[in-house]
Design a binder for this molecule. Sequence first.
Ligand code: G3I
Length: 321
Amino acid sequence: DRTLREVAESRGFDVGAAVDADSLRRDASYRTRLAEEFSALTPENALKMGPLRPTPDTYDFRDADAIVNFGRANDTTVRGHALVWHNQTPDWFQSWDYTDDQLRTFLREHVHTVVGRYRRTVDAWDVVNEAVADDGTMRETVWYDAMGEAYVDRAFEWANEVNPDADLYYNDYGADAVNGKSDAVYDLLDRLLDRGVPVDGVGLQLHALGEWPDPASIAENVRRFQELGLDVQITEMDVAFPAGEAPDDALERQAEYYRDVVDVCLETGVDTLVTWGVRDADSWLRSFRDFSERFTGDPLLFDDRNRPKPAYRAVSEALSE
Ligand code: G3I
């Protein structure tokens, strides 16, 4: 049988997974699955500001280098995630009494240094992650408070300055179907493009948790971003039921939804779908207490023992048709 990667690559499609540095280091079967079954990868945490910046004057690239080097060794597309986000900022931020200008200078230097280091190895970046609040307004983060919406413009410009060849994405959750939030994301991207900001695409995370975005509405949403001239990728897909409400045929229902999303990708020309982890046991839904209380913890393509699930077969079949 062909692996998922072989099936996907035979039609110019990238199926990817979020990668945890410890699992990569520790577990040969994890490395094998990653190399054989996925043609793209996203460091789950290693390229975030917090892990990279243990102190104001130092970077810790060890985990990120290990994952990026694994990608190079296996000819796997690497998606950098995420240069600017309101979560996982460095711990020492809490005690740093900075001026707006000092924060701006810090962010510029961070983006230049990180994108510059991986200029030849990271093909795509989630430059700004989750800048739009759930109510459609701009999220009032440290970055927004210091620089206003222009922090988004600057982040993309700084990334583009050091790597004009990288594909630069805006990434968000809950904006997968046509809804108030995806309207606001659309409007933000429209403004950025009007201001000549070098944004190439939008990442729809597609954390399908509890209620699953309607595939037809996802297709409609994808198309309007494409009409702006943007590439669209599914960047963090996982599929879970409300805790305690999984039906007897849960794995089959989950498989059908993965199939429906792959069909939407093929219909609309989306060529990258990243799942947020390799095995169910790796899922963030297991480690986040509030999420693990709300949703079932088996959202991915491989089960706890690294075996392909019905969802794996459904994705492979959808790509084989
Ligand atoms: O590695 C440290 C460890 O040294 C420390 O002892 C421990 C306790 O503080 O924390 C560990 O770091 C944790 C990290 O995951 C690695 O396990 C962080 O606390 C924890 O916050 C972090 O959670 C990640 C979360 O983003 C927040 O950054 C999840 O793994 C990751 O799956 C999740 O992914 C996000 C995307 O980046 C953006 N979209 C939403 C998605 C789900 O929240």
